[in-house]
Design a protein around this ligand. Structure first.
Ligand code: NAP
Length: 477
């Protein structure tokens, strides 16, 4: 890395305003497999110290005016933009995504900080008419309390921004545990948060083994909320761990997004949408198209156009001008290759040229003839694999699309307005994109139904996740 501000690269946890450095664990660059630094493996005691610090800091932080917290968040937003180049370099070094995409993530993440800085000043309660004379009822909004935040490796800056900014805006304090694969982006955000004026103890960032830290955070009665993004398996486990202390929970979990192309779609727009939805971050996003359903009449033209675009994708280290970087780790690559092998064994055919890539990379591929008995029909591939399922009727497409326990994102392409509303309403997903492959903005509610989780991030809903409503009954009037 060639950082203009090397102080942003911290190999230390942030606890109560102190940076704790200990070379307990290594972090590797997925492109090279070489270590880029170390981090402490925070102990149970350190987790308790962070929770206690967040608890103490709540008193002062929630007492600040909303506009004061908004100003601090706005400074944090501006610092993220000012340091976008360095943040992107850190992100690419630990996560692998191409630098241009990393910079896009920083700007996207910053947009949430700005949005929630603005929302901080609009945390309004309401006055409710009383059924009895001489009384008024107020519904007042209050911060939930100390929050535990656990984030994955695929969007290490954006996921933190999307959770921490609304929490801080609401007046909560935070103990954050980023993925072991990508701690440095979170820690750089911590440096900038300090510079923005976020007081000691308000934002704590722990590194280390997730089971131990997650266990201590979920067991603590002081922690009143958990916000988690990651797999459905770990989300369900954490929900169980939170049950004895009944915490408020936001869970952004796995997806299995259908991407439906109807015969009357604009072909170019559908292909562009598929490229955006499927290949961003090398296919390692929870809203990635996982199953591409194409109606018979447009099938061959769509496959030909998509395969041409996919064959043109460049693959290599994220520091070079490539479209797809390395996958996060060997387990991810093994899963992607297993999905492709399983599909080919069951009759799928490659519509794209095979490549001979080094071990860190996955081959971007379009597979035709996908069927429901293949693993990629029911599991998230989380890689650059575009399986095409051919269908005949709208009813058949909807049955396949909804035939999953997941309900995060769905996309469809049509120029028929009646079908647009019919299909949007019939899709059992938290987010639906019509004629677009991009569905995530700070202004829009983000989240899923069914096994894809609970709660929403972004939008006005995003800050509600960090608020409780207190009913204040005012008598004797
Ligand atoms: P994961 O294994 O569930 O990990 C997510 C986070 O949980 C990481 O920080 C991980 O730490 C931590 N973790 C793992 N085991 C834990 C435990 N026992 N206790 C506490 N924390 C624990 O998921 P992943 O494979 O990294 O991420 C990909 C998944 O996230 C996909 O399923 C994807 O769809 C989903 N996702 C969902 C959204 C959404 O908004 N719905 C967004 C992005 C990703 P380590 O990384 O250090 O192991």
């Amino acid at each position: 890395m060639n950082l203009s501000d090397p102080d942003l690269f911290r190999q230390a946890a942030l606890i109560d305003g102190a940076w704790i450095a200990r070379p307990d664990m290594e972090v590797t660059n997925p492109a090279t497999g070489r270590a880029i630094g170390t981090m402490p493996d925070c102990t149970d005691e350190e987790t308790e110290t962070a929770i206690a610090a967040a608890d103490r800091a709540m008193v002062g932080w929630r007492a600040r005016t909303h506009s004061d917290r908004a100003d601090i968040l706005m400074r944090w937003y501006q610092l993220m933009l000012d340091h976008a180049g360095d943040l992107a370099q850190i992100l690419t070094a630990e996560q692998g995504k191409p630098l241009a995409e990393a910079k896009g993530e920083v700007i996207y993440g910053a947009s949430f900080v700005r949005w929630f800085a603005e929302e901080a000043r609009r945390i309004n309660g309401k006055i409710i008419p009383s059924p009895l004379p001489g009384k008024k009822i107020f519904a007042m909004k209050e911060p939930v309390g100390v929050c535990a935040i656990i984030t994955p490796w695929n969007f290490p800056i954006a996921m933190i921004a999307r959770k921490v900014a609304p929490g801080l805006a609401a007046g909560c304090t935070m103990v954050v545990k980023p993925s072991d694969f990508t701690p440095y982006s979170a820690l750089a955000m911590g440096v900038l948060a300090e510079r923005a004026g976020i007081p000691a103890g308000v934002l704590n960032i722990l590194t280390g083994r997730p089971e131990a830290i997650g266990g201590a955070l979920t067991a603590s009665p002081v922690v009143r909320k958990l916000s988690f993004t990651g797999s459905t398996r770990i989300g369900a486990l954490l929900a169980q761990q939170c049950a004895p202390t009944l915490k408020k929970m936001s869970l952004e979990l796995g997806g299995n997004a259908p991407f439906i192309v109807f015969d009357d779609a604009d072909l170019d727009a559908a292909v562009e949408g598929a490229m955006v939805s499927k290949f961003r971050n090398g296919g390692q996003t929870c809203v990635c198209a996982n199953r591409i359903l194409v109606q018979a009449g447009i099938h061959d033209a769509f496959v030909a156009a998509l395969a041409k675009r996919v064959d043109a994708l460049t693959v290599g280290p994220g520091t070079e001008a490539v479209a797809i970087g390395p996958m996060i780790n060997a387990a991810a690559i093994a899963k992607i290759r297993d999905h492709v092998a399983d599909a080919e064994a069951k009759g799928a055919a490659r519509a794209t040229a095979a490549r001979d890539l080094p071990d860190a990379y996955a081959d971007p591929v379009v597979l035709t003839g996908a069927t429901l008995d293949m693993r990629l029909a029911t599991e998230e591939t989380f890689g650059p694999v575009a399986p095409i399922f051919r269908f005949e009727t709208e009813a058949e497409a909807l049955e396949i699309a909804n035939g999953t326990p997941f309900g995060l994102a769905a996309y469809f392409f049509t120029r028929d307005m009646a079908r647009a509303f019919r299909v949007a309403e019939a899709l059992e997903f938290g987010m639906v994109g019509l004629n677009t492959g991009a569905i995530s903005h700070a202004e829009a509610p983000f989240g899923g139904v069914k096994s894809s989780g609970l709660g929403r991030e972004g939008a006005q809903e995003g800050i509600e996740e960090y608020l409780e409503t207190k009913a204040f009954h005012f008598g004797g009037l």
